[in-house]
Design a protein. Sequence first.
Length: 168
Amino acid sequence: MPLRIELLSRSHNRQRFDCGNIELNRYLRNTARQHIEKGISRTFVLVDDENPSEILGFFTLASCEILVDKLPGKYAKKYPARAPAAKLARLAVAKHIQKKGLGTYMMLDAMDRILRVAEHLGIIGFFVDAKNTEAIMFYQQFGFISLPDNLLELFLPIATIRQAFRIG
């Protein structure tokens, strides 16, 4: 199955996508393209070259500003009170192909995109709001660290991403 990740467009069948989460399905169907057009976020879809209109998974990236005092102490002292960052706003895989590594495939692509953004725009790291304990464990395998005041909010320093991709 030759896979690729591309920006969501009108050619993708958003109505047929089902990840098992009503909120995520609704976002993809009703909001994601509007947010792209308005410059709020970017939603990327995972497709198979043989059926490029079928969405197998998607993720949404956005910029954010973080209150640095929410970070673990060793990071908080490095930055001013507010700092720019990137956010993984959503990540979902179609129900019929979950637990096959596609979430990891998309996560690595998202991290690569964040690194490329960091070459041109200052950001201190990558944030995500996990939905539950299982999601926390998924993100922790990439080096994400739970924030002290809310374990469901996780942070991945840009230096950790660079190190993972072996970039200076």
